[in-house]
Design a protein around this ligand. Sequence first.
Ligand SMILES: *Cc1c(COP(=O)(O)O)cnc(C)c1O
Length: 470
Amino acid sequence: MHYVSTRGGAAPVSFLDAVLAGLAPDGGLYVPQDWPQLDPATLAAAATAPYAQTAAVVLSLFAGADLDDATCQALCARAYGSQWASPAVTPLRQVGPGLWILELFHGPSLAFKDVAMQLIGQLYDHALTARDARLTVVCATSGDTGGAAVEALRHSTRTDLFVILPDGRVSEVQRRFMTGSGAPHVRALVADGDFDAAQAVVKDLFADRDFSAEVALSPVNSINISRIVAQAVYYVVASACLSRGGEPVHFTVPSGNFGDALAGFVARRIGAPVGRITIATNANDGLVKALDTGRYVRTAASQATISPAMDITVASNFERLVHALTPGTLQQRSDATRTAYASFAQSGAFDLPAGMQEAMAALFTARGIDDATTRAAMRDAHASTGEILCPHTAVAWAARPAAGTQAGHQVILATAHPAKFPQTVRETLGIDPPLPAHCADLFDRPEAFTRLPADAAAVKTAIRAALEGR
Ligand SMILES: *Cc1c(COP(=O)(O)O)cnc(C)c1O
């Protein structure tokens, strides 16, 4: 199994090399050279098999010779074990005729990013132990990624994690997931600035090749191929549970960086009965416009909304869809993607390559939902089903296709627990959503963090000092 860059300018690498590298050296994203295929027996078993077992089969398809079956099973058993509040890991809950919510928030940091991060933590320790190496992992976060990374790496013996969070821009619940781990190799750096400033610091750290090599720096962000693989699993499981005789199951997905929706596309490509995918965005709706107009445009600044995990200016994973849906040979698809993203770097926009818009429209619908409509959706879902939705999930609730417009079951992805966004839930529904039992002690955990200017030099000093003191 080989992974190539979407831009065609990097040597093919194995799965674990792609996982440890994150980004390809030519600036593209790693994608499998060919899509592996699930065998019918795995698909049939996925409806009733333990989640970890289906995850292991999917992982082994993508890992190829890098991981044998027993290793895939051991890694997935640890990633999807008792740290999940539901034994199903990602349970489906029926909320209406043919209408289901896929709850992705039962992990340790209460957001769907745990599904992928718990596996990445296992993959890192496995690969680094085999190579007798260590990594310094950094991430800038506007919210949920940082908490999921902390929970994934707090038991790691091979990594040091630095999470850079913008001062005052994350909710208290989100902050406490990053500052309360108690693990000495996990550090929260509170940067004086906004998310873009924190992100710029991370870019500067990587741009300094000497520093990056000195500390063995690795990014943990939504472009890692293993995250997409891990997230494809719940589409395989959910579609296997609901499909009768191969009938397609449709999904509506709250979207920011387009990792989650892309994982649905990947599940379909490897043979799961995934039907139409509705991309649900907030006011940051570049993907909606791309599908409507055939042109993808970077927005000047992200608009702040009540679904902050989706407030992005560039949907990074869209590059993988461009590469996958452009017609032609591998070479033609890489050439078209490279040209598109060269234009994007120059002018902040590109025209979808010829044939892509039609191919995308055949599989995807996209809808942008404003904050008022999101709040109305929270009230509607609560009144009609009793469900308390987090604001991101409510965006998908509002964007879902009307009942009766598609044959087959409809699934809405619930990406965060409502207790992670208590203020919006309280304002909208007048309800204080309680923290679930497995993190009820969150506000009692002692916090540890370092305050810094949002400045690469200050962050480098802090990282070096922490590594020396290890
Ligand atoms: C990250 C996140 C999203 C967006 O997911 P993408 O994979 O970036 O599209 C949606 N909801 C929540 C709660 C998130 O944390």
